[in-house]
Design a binder for this molecule. Structure first.
Ligand code: FAD
Length: 586
């Protein structure tokens, strides 16, 4: 009997233990203790540089999880042109979101570019990439997207939680976001799907990479999941070109190394080892990756010749099919300064229009002085600049004068709409051969009538939301505002460089075209089947892949960062499994 009860106690303990591990799955404590040293590029030896299994160009949203995963088994060199996100208050604190985007210094984590369409945009230049400068909203791709791109669903379902358990949280929903949630449901964007990362029609609250104190967690944190003994991270390492071995007799040119400049402008070279499975992986983002392929001699041969770049491989598709999801926003003034919120709630409509919102500004000593930056949608609020004079210089000057305005004038929030999978596409071409400079990018917003129809649908949905009066407690006299007045304020608040028209408030089509801005979800330039194959290997050469937002023909989910980080992890595991089979153990 005593033996039986001892066995029962033992079994109970085993069961309790199993339960504990079962329940704690996905909630493992994640710390940054394991981060590899972040070294300056100048520390790289010029004499006898080590040889690597993988060289990853771009320590961004996809590049960091990819490097961490590959380092579990192989020697990895990660080259990032920007600096460290740690210790930078504009990156770490949500209240400084607008200020960070405003910083135009040559080493700013946000590099401004203006598309030829006249829309002011930004690209990341920092370890952690877009996750260091973005609005933090986290929402997975739909299962139909996963099927369309041909990913292994089982591995996708393991890779999303790998990211989430480390850096994603649920927001403490702000009043402005709660009003949008209720307004969306009343306006018919239903059902309410609660708090979920999943992409489901209706209204939901998504995840965020800001924690409850407003502190930002980024893709750079994911490097702590790698093996620090195998992972070398160099900052301020600007890769100028990929080095190929085009020996005669070789069927295809083979990528063998990279040339990069350090923070002092000194050139270095890094090479792969001789293993035929070793690779260079470009994760430089939707602007950086096609740009680097072109600078390395892969692209339309006439364009390359125009810049005296020796042609390694003619491919007319590099830089083609670029797209940016158009965003249009409606400005609503509020009675008192609303609590700051970036994006927490989203309405996913059947028509392929996503409705989101942002409100207020941070109240830190840095942000309280109305220095919110020309990259923020809020810049033009109370604008005094006639639309035709809205050059980039004028916008900068305006941003500066805003420093002296009282903070009360910056009271309000935006409801915005994003067009999913725009049919309008454009292209990217080099303007010169300096990798630090932006290429010329054209998105051709609303050149396809379907995109314009959907924009009009989105504005009408926002009108219905405003009519639900759920904003009346927050908004200053919203019930008394006609839609024409609301549109007019929104035209005033707009900050693109597109000339405005007098009928902007009468024709919603004209309003959409004139006030289009970006939600920074641009993608494409290295499309599957045109520039890379199904496994993202660059067509026509060996030893080279591209893994980042440039391979997408459609931006995933309501907002892409979840899927881009997931893809970094996913591709890391895929590559390890390809090379090691079961021995990958992952
Ligand atoms: P990136 O993350 O940009 O990574 C590319 C990296 O490569 C960068 O770090 C860059 O410095 C480096 N690089 C480029 N060229 C070179 C070179 N030659 N040598 C060395 N390094 C190089 N998405 C969301 O899901 N939610 C949001 O709320 C959200 N808000 C956004 C707000 C803003 C202001 C921005 C800019 C983006 C936002 N996004 C959001 C979009 C999302 O952040 C991006 O789509 C995503 O981060 C892109 O990831 P990527 O890996 O393709 O590129």
């Amino acid at each position: 009997m005593a033996a039986l009860s001892r066995r029962a106690v033992f079994l109970f303990k085993v069961l309790a233990c199993l339960c504990f591990f079962g329940f704690s799955q996905g909630k493992k404590q994640f710390t940054l203790r394991n981060l590899p040293p972040l070294q300056k590029a100048s520390s790289f030896p010029t004499a006898r540089p080590g040889a690597y299994d993988y060289i990853i160009v771009g320590g961004g949203t996809a590049g960091c999880p990819l490097a961490a995963t590959l380092s579990l088994k192989y020697k990895v060199l990660l080259l990032e042109r920007g600096g460290s996100p740690y210790g930078n208050r504009n990156i770490s604190y949500m209240e400084n979101f607008h200020i960070g985007l405003m910083n135009m210094a040559p080493d700013s984590p946000a590099q401004v570019f203006v598309s030829t369409d006249g829309v002011i945009n930004a690209r990341a230049r920092v370890l952690g990439g877009g996750t260091c400068i973005n609005a933090g909203f986290y929402s997975r791709a739909s299962s139909s997207f996963v099927q369309e791109v041909g990913w292994d669903e089982d591995l996708v379902n393991k890779s999303f939680p790998w990211v989430e358990e480390k850096i994603v949280q649920w927001p403490k929903i702000a009043p402005w976001q709660a009003a949008l949630r209720d307004g969306l449901i009343q306006a018919g964007v239903s059902p309410f799907n609660g708090y979920t990362y999943d992409h489901i029609s209706g209204t939901k609250v998504g995840g965020t990479i800001f924690d409850e104190t407003g502190y930002r967690h980024t893709a750079a944190d994911l490097l702590a999941s790698g093996d620090p003994n195998n992972l070398r991270v160099l900052l301020h390492a600007s890769v100028h070109k990929i080095v190929f071995n085009s020996r005669q007799g070789r069927l295809k040119p083979r990528a063998i190394g990279v040339q990069f400049a350090d923070e002092n402008g000194r050139l270095h070279q890094a090479f792969l080892n001789n293993n035929r499975d070793s690779e260079i992986i470009i994760s430089a983002g939707a602007i950086g990756s096609p740009q680097l392929l072109l600078l390395s001699g892969i692209g339309p041969k006439n364009d390359l010749k125009n810049h005296n770049i020796p042609v390694v491989l003619h491919n007319k598709y590099v830089g083609k099919g670029m797209a940016d999801n158009p965003m249009n926003s409606i400005f609503i003034p509020t009675k008192s300064p609303p609590r700051q919120s970036l994006i927490e709630t989203v309405g996913i409509t059947e028509a392929g229009v996503f409705i989101e919102a942002s409100s207020g500004f941070g109240q830190s000593s840095e942000s309280v002085h109305c220095h919110h930056g020309i990259m923020s949608a809020e810049i033009g609020q109370l604008s005094t600049i006639p639309p035709k004079q809205r050059t980039l210089e004028a916008a900068q000057k305006y941003a500066h004068t805003k420093l002296n305005l009282p903070k009360e004038v910056f009271q309000g929030g935006f409801i915005l709409e994003k067009i999913d999978g725009p049919r309008s596409t454009g292209h990217l071409v080099l303007t010169d051969t300096d990798v630090r400079n932006n290429p010329a990018v054209t998105f051709n917003y609303f050149s396809h009538p379907e995109d314009l129809n959907r924009c009009v649908y989105g504005i009408k949905t926002i009108e219905r939301i405003l009519k639900t009066n759920l904003f009346s407690e927050l908004a200053a006299n919203v019930a008394g505002f006609s839609m024409e007045r609301v549109l007019n304020m929104s035209v005033q608040a707009n900050v693109n460089l597109i000339p405005k028209h007098t009928n902007d408030t009468e024709s919603l089509e004209q309003f959409c075209k004139d006030t289009v801005i970006t939600i920074w979800h641009y993608h494409g330039g290295c499309h599957v089947g045109k520039v890379v194959d199904q496994h993202y290997r660059v067509l026509g050469v060996s030893g080279l892949r591209v893994v980042d937002g440039s391979i997408f023909s459609k931006s995933p989910g309501t907002n892409p960062q979840a899927t881009v980080m997931m893809m970094g992890r996913y591709m890391g595991v895929k590559i390890l499994r390809e090379r090691l089979g079961r021995a990958a153990g992952i």
